[in-house]
Design a protein around this ligand. Structure first.
Ligand code: SF4
Length: 422
């Protein structure tokens, strides 16, 4: 008798759960890409000078543009409870709205300091909404490093928007997650060519284009880190179209196919719309695989993109994932990805010292990690890829599949070049 164990599929693989020290950015980082998606929104971080420095450093280019985010600095007297932070916040918001009539939506973004002094930003948003009704919509969410890792900032922001969306009975498709405009246009063009629609986007580029939602809304998540938004949409009665995420040719095709099936698109039309971009994506990925095939890779938990990216790298690029770490494993959202991922070590959460020990034993060809770990690991001879770059770069859908593979091939090529010079 022989035991027939599947080599593909991680749905039932035991997960190593760790709850120790983490080395990740906080959720404020999401403001860097969200402010570009919603030009009539303003993100007001209620935080310390540290929070302001993080935003300025991460978004240095904003110095050349009209800022769409800022920090209401909590001074020592606020933190010591010697001043009424609510009164000061109301005054800062009134000044901002007076000075910037273009702002239609204001996010009050919580931080570690605002959490420590228990400043109730939900109540503040309610109060400010009443004060500025009809002029600006005020929402709140937390980007605090105590509660969130860097991609959870987007999740928290979108989840905060969902309860405020108007209701509808219309049968519409809602596409959820922030993408660079050029990639969003590609996605919309593919779905429109299949006759799928009406299409709505969350976040929409303008507050006036914001989707409505109801029991006939079907939605597809574009980003894998939107667990809270998913729950908020479920509470509004919308239905989720479950699929792998649109990374690489295979993931993009599976994501589009799930939507196409839900909207009754014929196989012939699906094939006609996707055949050419699929072929382009395969060719572009193939141009990178000589560098990637057979190489091992180790993911530290950072962006929640780890599982879909490991699936793409294993199945389309021939890489060998040795450990795939994720900050949180959302079983329901990840089920289609786990079914495709070749069996490997899965870890959730982080105890960074233990994980560094496992890394040393595994000795991978490439390590995906946060900025704080990358330099020390490089100095020890590991080749690294910054996880945050994968969130900032256009990597979704067919036309970006080759670039996505290239992001992993580049550090390996650089290493080969450097070794050649020694
Ligand atoms: S929210 Fe917390 S972790 Fe993030 S920059 Fe501010 S103090 Fe630092």
């Amino acid at each position: 008798m022989s035991l027939d164990l599947p080599t593909t599929g991680c749905r039932d693989v035991p997960v190593l759960k760790e709850r120790g020290q983490r080395e990740v950015f906080c959720g404020l980082t999401g403001i860097i890409w969200l402010h570009r998606k919603m030009p009539d929104s303003f993100f007001l971080v209620v935080g310390s000078r540290t929070c302001a420095h993080l935003l300025q450093a991460a978004a240095g280019v904003m110095i050349f543009a009209e800022p769409r985010f800022g920090t209401a600095i909590l001074e020592e007297k606020d933190l010591a409870g010697l001043a009424d932070a609510n009164v000061e916040l109301d005054r800062e918001v009134a000044r901002l709205i007076e000075r910037r009539p273009d702002i239609r939506r204001l996010f009050l973004v919580g931080s570690c300091p605002s959490e420590v002094i228990k400043l109730d930003l939900a109540r503040a948003a309610e109060r400010l909404n009443a004060q500025h009704a009809g002029r600006v919509q005020v929402l709140n969410y937390s980007g605090s490093g105590i509660e969130t890792t860097f991609t959870e900032g987007e999740d928290a922001a979108l989840a905060a928007m969902v309860p405020a969306l108007p209701s509808t009975e219309a049968a519409e498709l809602l596409l959820v997650g922030a993408l660079p405009d050029v990639v969003e246009d590609q996605m919309v063009a593919l779905l429109t060519a299949m006759g799928v629609g009406p299409l709505r986007l969350l976040p929409a580029r303008r507050i006036g284009d914001t989707a409505a939602i109801g029991p006939n809304t079907r939605y597809a998540l574009i980003q894998p880190f939107l667990g809270a938004t998913h729950s908020a949409l479920q509470r509004r009665g919308a239905s989720h179209i479950q699929a792998p995420f649109p990374f690489g040719e295979e993931g993009t095709t599976a994501w589009l196919k799930a939507i196409a099936t839900s909207f009754g698109v014929s196989d012939e039309l699906f094939e006609a719309v996707t055949a050419a971009p699929r072929a382009r994506a395969r060719k572009a990925v193939a141009s990178q695989t000589a560098t990637l095939t057979g190489k091992s890779i180790f993911f530290f938990p950072d962006s929640q993109l780890e599982i879909p990216l490991a699936r793409f790298l294993a199945r389309e690029c021939g890489m060998r994932p040795l450990e795939v770490g994720t900050p949180y494993l959302h079983r329901e959202l990840m089920a289609p990805e786990l079914d495709l991922l070749p069996q490997t070590v899965l870890s959730e959460g982080q105890d960074v010292d233990l994980q560094l020990d496992r890394l040393a034993l595994a000795a991978p060809d490439l390590t995906v990690c946060g900025l704080g770990l990358a330099n020390p690991l490089e100095s020890q001879g590991f080749t690294t890829k910054w996880a945050i770059e994968l969130v900032f770069s256009p990597v979704h859908f067919y036309e970006q599949a080759g670039d996505l593979a290239g992001l992993f091939a580049r550090p390996l090529r650089r290493k080969t070049l450097l070794e050649g010079q020694r």
